[in-house]
Design a protein around this ligand. Structure first.
Ligand code: C5P
Length: 220
């Protein structure tokens, strides 16, 4: 099996309130996107394609290793992954899609995903249990019910796919389709998605508090 890594890094990061795209925000002195690429490479995924915002292509090229392939992303994460997938080297038969916004994902998470693919999974995602009581509310914010948390999971990245499964699922999507992850894309095409254990350290940097926590993790 030969896996190629895709890093979705073309988001603006508005919710972080930074002065640059989120993937270029420094953590421990290095851009988030560099941490994400290192996670994949530390687990043996050497071929990496990064989807970047068009105006900052040069800034990404300046911080990433020269052998990382850059492609211009799209207006949504789904469009960015679609563009990176089209640029992935032909020799790969598996694809891992990772978020630049999860800089501290341990390489062991990547290894678990690769292992599931090697054992025949067509699609696999790392997940964590939900520890809080989880409820539904109405339009006024009044509680309408509780969701049994035993059946709920929080989904992380990298998400792994047999390349043909992911490529066919994207090919079947309308151009303007928008999903928050790639498991949803293959599920829409009818492919079952397996799970492996995620890791609390693989949390997503979305708001300033997440970045502060990540800085503490790096310092510790
Ligand atoms: O916005 P959010 O944090 O959910 O984005 C998840 C990942 O998708 C981020 O790493 C972001 O850079 C990427 N993304 C992208 N293209 C977009 C929007 C988000 O590659 N148009």
């Amino acid at each position: 099996m030969h896996a190629v890594g895709i890093v979705a890094a073309a988001g603006s990061g508005l919710r972080l309130g930074a002065d640059r795209p989120k993937a270029l925000v420094p953590l421990g002195g290095r851009a988030l996107v560099c941490w994400a690429v290192d996670t994949l490479r530390d687990a043996g995924v050497a071929d990496v394609v990064v989807a970047v915002p068009a105006p900052e292509r040069g800034a990404f090229a300046a911080v990433l290793p020269a052998d990382v392939r850059l492609v211009v992303g799209g207006p949504t994460r789904t469009a960015s992954v679609r563009a990176a997938l089209a640029a992935a080297p032909d020799r790969s038969d598996a694809v891992l899609v990772h978020d630049a916004a999860r800089p501290l994902t341990p390489p062991d998470v990547v290894r678990r995903v690769l292992d599931a693919l090697a054992h025949g999974a067509a699609a696999v995602v790392p997940v964590l249990p939900v520890v809080d009581t989880t409820v539904t509310v109405d339009g006024d914010g009044v509680l309408t019910g509780a969701v049994p948390r035993e059946t709920l999971r929080r989904v992380q990245t990298p998400q792994g796919f047999a390349r043909a499964v992911l490529a066919d699922a994207y090919a079947a999507l309308p151009d303007d389709a928008e999903f928050t992850d790639d498991a949803a894309v293959v599920r829409a095409a009818g492919t079952p998605v397996a799970t492996v254990a995620g890791d609390e350290r693989a949390g997503k940097v979305t708001v300033a508090h997440d970045l502060a926590l990540a800085e503490l993790q790096v310092a510790g």
